[in-house]
Ligand binder design. Structure first.
Ligand SMILES: *[C@@H]1O[C@H](CO)[C@@H](O)[C@H](O)[C@H]1NC(C)=O
Ligand SMILES: *[C@@H]1O[C@H](CO)[C@@H](O)[C@H](O)[C@H]1NC(C)=O
Ligand SMILES: *[C@@H]1O[C@H](CO)[C@@H](O)[C@H](O)[C@H]1NC(C)=O
Length: 219
C-alpha cells in the first residue's frame, strides 16, 4: 500500500516535471526566436546542424528550429550546451533526417556514434519530424541507430524513429514519447532512460520476441 502510494507520487512528480517543461511551449511569447531551415534556400540555413550551431552555448530561452519539408541527409548532434531547443518539422512523413552509419563489427563497437540524431541537451522538444538510419542490413546484423537521446526532460510528439537494428537508444534521462512511430528489426528500443511511451510499433514475427523482451525489460 505504502509502496503504491509512493509510486503514485513519483509518477505525479514525473508528469509535473515533464509538463512544466513542455507547457512553456504553449503561448508563442515564450519562444524567443525561430530559426528557419529550408533545403531550397528560403530560410536562414539549409542544414539542421548549421541552425543548431548558430544557437549560443548555455542558451536559456526556448528557440524554435522550424525545419521545412524535405530529406536532410546529415548527422545531427545537439550537444549538452544547446538547451531549450524545439525542433519542429512539417510532419514525420514530410520532414526527415537520414543517414546510414552502422557499427563496424557485430559486437557493436562504436555503436552509439552511428546515430543519425544525437541529443545530449536537456529541455528538448521535437515534433513532426522523422529520424532515420537507412542502413538496410546488407553487411550483416549491425548496430545502426536512428537516434540516441541522453539529455534530461526531452519529449517527442508525432515523430518517427526508423532503423534496422537498435533504432532508438533511450540512453538516460526522463523522456516522453507521444504519438510517435518506432520501427526496427531487432532490439529497436534500448537504454536506461526513464521514459513514458505512447507510441505505435509495428508488430510482426521478426520483432515479436524482442518486443516481448523489451516489455519485460521495462517492467
Ligand atoms: C557554459 O557552461 C559551462 C559549464 O557551466 C561553462 O564551462 C562554459 O564556459 C559556458 N559557456 C558559455 C559560452 O557561457
Ligand atoms: C556532439 O558534440 C559534442 C560537443 O562538440 C561532442 O563532444 C560530441 O562528441 C558530439 N557527439 C557526436 C555523436 O558527434
Ligand atoms: C501532433 O499531431 C496532431 C494530429 O495531427 C496535432 O493535432 C498535434 O497538434 C500535433 N502535436 C504537436 C506537438 O505538433
Amino acid at each position: 500500500m505504502k509502496c503504491s502510494l509512493l509510486l503514485f507520487l513519483l509518477l505525479l512528480l514525473f508528469f509535473f516535471i515533464i509538463f512544466s517543461s513542455t507547457s512553456k511551449l504553449s503561448g508563442a511569447a515564450s519562444i524567443v526566436r525561430t530559426i528557419a531551415v529550408d533545403p531550397n534556400h528560403k530560410g536562414d540555413f539549409t542544414s539542421i546542424q548549421e541552425a543548431i550551431d548558430s544557437i549560443p552555448n548555455n542558451n536559456t530561452h526556448w528557440i524554435k528550429i522550424h525545419v521545412a519539408a524535405g530529406v536532410y541527409r546529415e548527422k545531427v548532434n545537439l550537444s549538452q550546451s544547446k538547451r531549450y531547443v524545439f525542433l519542429e518539422g512539417e510532419g514525420a512523413h514530410r520532414t526527415s533526417i537520414e543517414w546510414g552509419d552502422h557499427s563496424p563489427d557485430r559486437r557493436g563497437h562504436g555503436g552509439k556514434a552511428t546515430a543519425t540524431f544525437t541529443s545530449s541537451a536537456s529541455s528538448f522538444v521535437a515534433a513532426g519530424i522523422a529520424f532515420k538510419n537507412t542502413y538496410d542490413g546488407s553487411v550483416n546484423i549491425r548496430q545502426a541507430l536512428a537516434a540516441a537521446i541522453s539529455g534530461d526532460k526531452s519529449s517527442f510528439y508525432n515523430c518517427s524513429f526508423i532503423g534496422f537494428q537498435d533504432t532508438l537508444f533511450d540512453r538516460k534521462g526522463r523522456h516522453y514519447f507521444k504519438d510517435c512511430y518506432i520501427e526496427g528489426v531487432m532490439d529497436f528500443i534500448f537504454g536506461n532512460g526513464q521514459s513514458i511511451y505512447e507510441v505505435s510499433i509495428p508488430f510482426n514475427s521478426d520483432n515479436m520476441e524482442l518486443f516481448l523482451r523489451w516489455i519485460l525489460f521495462v517492467m
